[in-house]
Design a protein around this ligand. Sequence first.
Ligand code: ZN
Length: 167
Amino acid sequence: MSETKILVYPHKGLRTVAAPVTEFDDALRQKVKDLFAMMYKDEGCGLAATQVGLSARIFVMDVSPQQDQPRCFINPEIISKVGESLSEEGCLSFPGVYAKVVRAKEITVRYFDEFGQSHTLVAEGLAAHCIQHEAEHLDGILYIDHLSKLKRMMLLKKIEKLQRAAS
Ligand code: ZN
């Protein structure tokens, strides 16, 4: 999977609804390792399997300032959401652009780790935003879907401009 690249908007693969993970084996753990490697290389704080063209309900995250607290979520399910918080988000599939998104302030997420152990985590702040953002990727939902029509148009124009300048 070393040749795998992060899909960039408007790649259709980003709209894939990912399939649940059923085998917690070495192949899965390798995929998780690859996701972490790609996320750290591009200095992101989260990366979902659908962003690399893999239809599997897996995402990785590290919101620590030193990027030394890797966390992997398999078959995640957000079981409660409390409050509201506005925070600026970016996405490795939208390089160079950011937008403020309203999400729940505190969430509870149930998930499995790469060994098949079940966990429940309560998260707030940046971690809560990141988990909601990444979990949505697994359903083919992108953070631009949360923006107003006007803001989304402006952001997409900026992306087009950046992509033209890069090509
Ligand atoms: Zn993203």
